[in-house]
Design a protein. Structure first.
Length: 202
């Protein structure tokens, strides 16, 4: 496995940049892959966009990056949200598609979050989305490929998301229409999720 310090050194050699001064650091798709987010990442003090996607990371490390706005950890094996206190005050975008997340416990600490990409994870209960209400700035989400969408049409899924998160501007890459917003506000839609968890909003 590649340690974060080694990945950073490799990135510096390829990019001809000093990681500690860089605003964007790309550590994706390491060979062999990164398996642990370790303390070496906290040396990226000016980083605003950090990519660790397409590795084998199974949990968040204790990041402490006071300038971080975008964190990309898609295509890993992360199961839950934890140890996010060090980026809670700045993180605006979290790209986490293709992981193993089934619960949104702990995500509410990200009060500045505007974009959340969580497609192709393991969210089975609609009630999990209620936990995102603590992220009052959230405007753009991606949930396609999660079990909550099973046996629902695209339209039904969008309305169910919007019932829980009425301030969203975009769902699954498509802008929310005034008609969808009105339907959700009126409790419309005949969605009857049968994917095993939570209940549709009436």
């Amino acid at each position: 496995m590649t340690a974060c310090a080694a990945a950073i050194k490799n990135w510096e050699a390829e990019s001809k940049e000093t990681a500690a001064d860089a605003m964007k650091v790309m550590l994706y798709c390491q060979i062999p892959p990164i398996s642990k987010m370790d303390a070496a990442l906290n040396g990226l003090t000016k980083c605003q966009h950090l990519s660790l996607s397409t590795n084998m990371i199974d949990r968040f490390g204790a990041l402490s990056l006071s300038n971080l706005k975008i964190l990309s950890v898609g295509r890993n094996a992360i199961k839950k949200f934890e140890k996010l206190e060090g980026v809670a005050g700045t993180l605006e975008e979290l790209w986490m598609s293709y992981n193993q997340v089934s619960s949104l416990d702990g995500i509410g600490i990200l009060t500045k979050l505007e974009v959340l990409y969580l497609s192709n994870n393991k969210i089975k209960s609609w009630d999990e989305l209620d936990k995102l209400q603590a992220c009052g700035n959230l405007r753009d989400v991606l949930f396609i490929g999660n079990p909550i969408y099973d046996q629902l049409s695209t339209e039904q899924s969008r309305i169910e998301v919007l019932k829980r998160l009425p301030n969203l501007a975009k769902i699954d890459g498509v802008v929310v229409s005034p008609g969808e917003r009105e339907t959700a506000a009126n409790g419309g839609g005949d969605a009857s999720p049968r994917s095993g968890g939570g209940t549709p909003r009436k």
